[in-house]
Ligand binder design. Structure first.
Ligand SMILES: Cc1ncc(COP(=O)(O)O)c(C=O)c1O
Length: 395
């Protein structure tokens, strides 16, 4: 294993960080430690039974969690990382640990649904935390929404499902000037394309379920940032709320993460090619992908996303809901399913009754498709779309 602090490339770190030859067996991969408790010292009197990050009880911390945390912290270029049971466990853990009654939170008008539910419903109604839903692609709107008690600005960029872009560096400056913290849900970009901590954010959140694992077979989430905050979040979210990841899922994500940068390169390329193809079609009503020059956030995306723009895009056909559903059912390679960032291409039709559509740009109001472009041959993905369109509009 290379020395700590040695400046290694992303590909090398994806393979090596958090892994080592197993001391007992000499296996070239660290094993899965499927134990829920660890041996105590001779005199355990001094142990804080609620302390996190020590091998005591798997909800407090465990071997596979620790290895994965090392890898994620390296990906994010962060002082520390916590890995939890899911992306939502990471989001709720962050909010539960940081916020108290009387605080105010500004959050992006387009976010993963659980953020809306947690902040706008649970935290607002139950814990009297004030919330403002703001189009965070508009810096002036953020400045206008600030209050003396604004504790946190939570941004998702690119945002699921519209792909709207918020300028992380500019928002981090606004947050800092006003004594607020900034958290960024980085799931759609992934730390290969975008590292919020480097851009000034206090926290970067990932649903590891998506690109970092990449194989659609495990769930996990991470929060990365400064140790002083993460120690608190680890104690609260992991130990007391119980959002610990299972050793097996941590191991699966570790395994998936070795090829994460290679997969991301393919996702980036395939999605750009697919978005450009969709834009040329007479059948499409709009295509939203931050890598397209036509995307309203393209300039901001280019400044903070590198080398690519991720694998997710949204589009709609000039057709009704039934034709959209026929199109999806005619696809042969692309699977109709939720989630994103898997090896396989996934598509979901998001119909008119999404209660948050009033918060989305107008073109998203009458139903649209979210496509997570996989790592198959791009020609096969595009050919699949072509044949499904022919079938859809023939019947
Ligand atoms: C942007 C974003 N954040 C968070 C989540 C939640 O992650 P998980 O499903 O791992 O809880 C998702 C899930 O789709 C997501 O798209």
């Amino acid at each position: 294993m290379p020395q700590k602090n040695e400046k290694l490339g992303f590909l090398t770190r994806a393979v090596h960080e958090g892994n080592a030859v197993d001391k007992d067996t000499k296996a070239v991969k660290r094993p899965i430690t499927m134990a829920n408790s660890y041996e105590l010292p001779y005199d355990p009197t001094g142990i804080n039974w609620s302390s996190a990050g020590q091998n005591l009880y798997t909800r407090n911390g465990g071997a596979n969690q620790n290895y994965l945390q090392e890898k994620i912290a390296s990906f994010e270029n962060a002082q520390d990382s916590i890995v939890l049971a899911s992306g939502v466990a990471a989001l709720s853990g962050l909010f539960f640990s940081l916020l108290k009654s009387g605080d105010h939170v500004i959050f992006s008008s387009v976010t993963y649904i659980a953020v809306y539910r947690l902040l706008n419903e649970l935290f607002n109604n139950k814990f009297k935390i004030e919330t403002s839903i703001v189009d965070t692609s508009n810096l002036q709107a953020i400045k206008t929404a600030l209050k003396p008690n604004t504790k946190l600005i939570h941004v998702e960029t690119p945002a699921n499902p519209t792909l709207s872009i918020s300028d992380i560096k500019a928002i981090s400056e606004i947050a800092r000037k006003n004594g607020a913290l900034l958290s960024v849900d980085n799931t759609l970009a992934s730390p290969f394309n975008q590292r919020p901590i480097e851009l000034g954010a206090d926290f970067s959140i990932e649903s590891l379920t998506k690109y970092v694992n990449g194989h659609g077979d495990a769930m996990g989430g991470s929060i990365s940032g400064k140790k002083e905050y993460l120690d608190v979040i680890r104690a609260q979210a992991q130990v007391n709320l119980g959002a610990a990841i299972s050793p097996f899922n941590a191991w699966l994500i570790m395994r998936g993460a070795a090829t994460f940068p290679l997969r991301m390169k393919q996702h980036n390329e395939n999605a750009l090619e697919t978005a450009r193809f969709l834009e040329t079609l007479d059948e499409t009503r709009f295509v939203s992908y931050p890598g397209l020059e036509s995307h309203r956030g393209h300039a901001a995306a280019k400044l903070q996303m590198n080398p690519g723009f991720g694998g997710v895009l949204s589009f709609a056909l000039k057709a009704d809901a039934d034709a959209h559903n026929r199109f999806v059912s005619n696809l042969r390679i692309i699977t109709s399913a939720v989630s994103l960032g898997h090896d396989t291409s996934l598509i979901a039709y998001i119909g008119k009754n999404d209660e948050r559509q009033y918060l989305y740009p107008k073109e998203f109001h009458n139903g649209f498709l979210r496509l997570s472009v996989g790592i198959e041959d791009s020609k096969d993905i595009i050919d699949d779309i072509k044949q499904a369109l022919i079938k859809t509009f023939k019947t």
